[in-house]
Each structure stands twice: as C-alpha cells, then as structure tokens.
Design a protein around this ligand. Structure first.
Ligand code: SPD
Length: 425
C-alpha cells in the first residue's frame, strides 16, 4: 500500500536506568539515529524532568523522532515518523544499542494512505528542494532543557547539552552541566545548587550580613558548602582567623575545584581547615561555646542534607556557638517549599527564642521560584536587622567588588512580605 509516511512505534524496555535519565545522551542518540537513517536534522528539543524522566523530539526535514522515558522502569516509548526514502529501522537498531535495551518491540504503520487521499495542486517536491537549500545540515538548533521541579511548578534552564562531570558519589549524583544563560552549573541529584553567573547572590548573602552584624568573628564553622563559594566570601574578611569547613561529599569539592575554580577559589587559604566528613556528627561532638558563627550551607531536605534540618542538629549547633554567636542556615523558599521553610523557622525559634530568630530573603534566578531564604538564630542580644557600621560595609563592598550585598540590601533582606509573616506565625 502506498502511503505518505511511515510510523514505527517502539517499546524499549530493560534499558539502563541511568541512560534513561540522561538528557544529553538521549538527545545525542536520537539526533545520531536520525542522521544514520539519512534524515536531515532541523532542530531538537529535549527536557529532563527532575528527578526522573526525559522527553524530547528531533524535528527532521522528513518529519520527527520523539521519545519519553521512565528511568524507574528502564523504559522508553519512541516514535519514529518519517516520509520519503528514510529507513527508520536503522534508527531503531541504533537506539536499541544506545539505550542498552534488553527487550524491544515495534509496530509499523503506514500513515496517509494514498488510496484514501486526493492530491491537491501543490508542488511539494520543489518546496522540499528549496527548504534543503535553506537548511544547513551541519548546523541545527539544539534545545536541551534542565528542569528542577516539584509536582506543580518548575524552573527550566536551557543548556548546551555539555556534561563536564557526572559521578554517582556514595551520597548523591554530582553533575556539572553548562547552561546558556548562567554558565556552568553544579547539580546534586538533579537540583541546581549553584551556577557560575548567579552564585554571588547566594554566597554574598550567606556570609556578609552575619559577618558585619557580629563585627568580630574569628572562628567560624561552615557545614556543607562543598562548592567553596561560602568560604571564599568569609575569607575576604581579614579578621577571620580560622574557618573549619565540614563537607560530607568529597566528590562535590573535587568536581568544583576542577570545573568551577572561580567558586572553589579559596581552598588553599591557610586559615581554612577542610574536613571531608559528616557535619551532623561534627556538630554533635563540637566543644561547647567554640564558634563565633556557624553557617549551614546544605542542600534541600532530602538525601544527605535531611539531618541538617533536625532539632537535634540545631541544638548541637546552638551548644557549639559562643555567647553572642550567630547561626545561619540555608532556609529554603517560602514559595517553593513553604512547609520546610516554616518548620525550619519554628525549630530555630524553639531553640533560640522567637525574638532571636530572623529570616532574610534574597533572589536566586536559578532556584525554583527565584525567592530563597537564610534563617538565623542569634545567641545573645545582636539584632540582625541593624548594621553596626554601614560605612564599613560600603568600603568592603567597594573593595571586593561585591555584586549583590550592600548596606541597603542588608536592611531590605530582613523585611518580610505579609504572606511570609503568615507562614512564620
Ligand atoms: N534548592 C537549592 C538549595 C541550595 C542550597 N545550597 C547551595 C549551595 C551553594 N553553596
């Protein structure tokens, strides 16, 4: 039977789950599968969905190849739709190898039966030839999207498809990818942690407000912070005598040293003691009243960072703080994870007292919803909202060319919108 198109619906199962979750491998495989079959690629659009699954389509001059994957089932549903002389079975054979599919089946359909269609007066051949001239087969548009999401909302970043680092450590999947807008980015279990171009928002805000309000911090403990951005900012302060950083995952440190050296810039500072170990255990065993500041630069409350949100951990931190000391922790988002945000506030308030608890809000374009927080517990009379020496902040921000923090941002970041006040009640 003569037809316009040929449609092969493919079931690949028993595929390697890791590959089923790798958007760049899948995109490259699908593009190569099209080229091997003799198709002309026009563009590709692929999305990775955090934590699992990839969807995408390769548009070819002769129609399209599409896919959706379920890594947790080692399964991919693939559509190979072509017209003209393309042999899609070549694509099928190729993808079977790329996905390491143990089982596969396919249904082949002829689409657009010519015996049922009436041809209109339309010179398709000429149009196709003209389009071929316009399309440079060496250069097609790639749209590969990284998506950080929960069930109802997401943040997507288009990235080049380049994966510089991808290692499953004993704790989490550590990746360094390249986004078009924000440069290289570190993801842990497919959640964005930091990027080259907006890391300063987070790292300036985790360190300087506490440093300037305290005014005389000499001995500091950082828990987490494996990318190095937090210690880089702290060590700009000349009065700091010692920073102890305890990061559970050495793989994060190594990946960032290699691929994000401008963030991991201060690991060789002699004032830094770097410990690869469990921050929760470290806090539990820390000597009482030994630190001026404790900064918790952890990831979200799933996986290895879960314990960094527990009552026991914050009690241990409070115990390890000197009188007049400040505890600060990555506080999640009042929009993206309002529950974790509010629960954390109550945990800190129960330990430090409501009047000694503060929330600062700041903006990170690469975190879902963009609105993020740090939460503080102060052991003593300090008021986080009041800068003792705004002039010192002005001089410091100028000297170090800070791009987010300044004396106005300090005050503004402790202002809370009505809906946040509601959450904190
Ligand atoms: N959802 C993102 C929370 C990220 C917290 N840590 C970021 C590490 C930057 N040093």
């Amino acid at each position: 039977m003569s037809a316009l198109g040929n449609h092969i619906l493919v079931e690949f199962s028993g595929c390697t789950p890791k590959i089923m979750n790798e958007v760049s491998t899948i995109e490259q495989g699908m593009v190569d599968a099209a080229i091997k079959a003799g198709a002309t690629v026009i563009n590709s659009t692929f999305h990775h969905f955090s934590p699992y699954g990839v969807s995408g389509v390769v548009v070819i001059q002769e129609s399209h190849l599409a896919i959706h994957t379920w890594p947790e089932y080692g399964y991919a549903a693939v559509d190979l739709f072509t017209c003209g002389d393309i042999d899609s079975w070549i694509s099928f054979d190729y993808l079977k190898e790329v996905f390491q599919a143990k089982n596969y089946s396919a249904i082949e359909l002829r689409r657009g039966s010519l015996s049922l269609l009436e041809r209109l007066d339309f010179d398709l051949t000429t149009m196709r030839e003209e389009a071929k001239v316009r399309t440079n087969p060496e250069f097609y548009t790639r749209n590969v999207w990284f998506t950080d999401k929960d069930d109802n909302q997401a943040l997507s970043l288009r990235y080049t498809g380049e994966v510089f680092h991808d290692v499953q450590s004993p704790f989490q999947r550590v990746k360094i990818l390249e986004s078009y807008k924000y440069g290289k980015m570190l993801t842990l279990d497919d959640m964005v942690m930091t990027t080259e171009k907006d890391e300063f928002h987070y790292h300036e805000m985790i360190s300087h407000p506490a440093m300037f309000v305290h005014g005389n911090a000499k001995n500091i403990l950082v828990i987490g912070g494996g990318d190095g951005g937090t210690v880089r900012e702290l060590l700009r302060h000349e009065g700091v005598e010692k920073v102890t950083m305890v990061e559970i995952d050495g793989e994060v440190i190594e990946a960032c040293k290699k691929h994000l050296p401008q963030i991991a810039a201060s690991f060789n500072d002699p004032r830094l003691e770097l410990i690869v170990g469990d921050g929760i255990e470290f806090a539990a065993n820390a000597a009482a009243e030994s630190y001026d500041l404790i900064l918790v630069d952890g990831s979200d409350p799933v996986g290895p960072a879960e314990g960094l949100f527990s009552v026991k951990f914050f009690n241990d931190c409070a115990n390890a703080l000197k009188p007049g000391g400040i505890l600060l922790t990555q506080g999640e988002s009042p929009k993206f994870n309002d529950r974790a945000f509010a629960e954390l506030h109550h945990t800190i308030a129960d330990i430090f007292g409501k009047q000694n608890t503060y929330v600062s809000l700041f903006f990170v374009p690469t975190y879902p919803t963009g609105m993020w927080s740090f939460q503080y517990g102060v052991k003593g009379d300090l008021n986080m909202k009041q800068l003792p020496n705004p002039e010192a902040v002005r001089a410091f921000t100028e000297k170090h060319n800070l791009r987010y923090y300044n004396e106005d941002i300090h005050a503004a970041s402790f202002a809370t919108p009505g809906f946040v006040r509601e959450l904190l009640k």
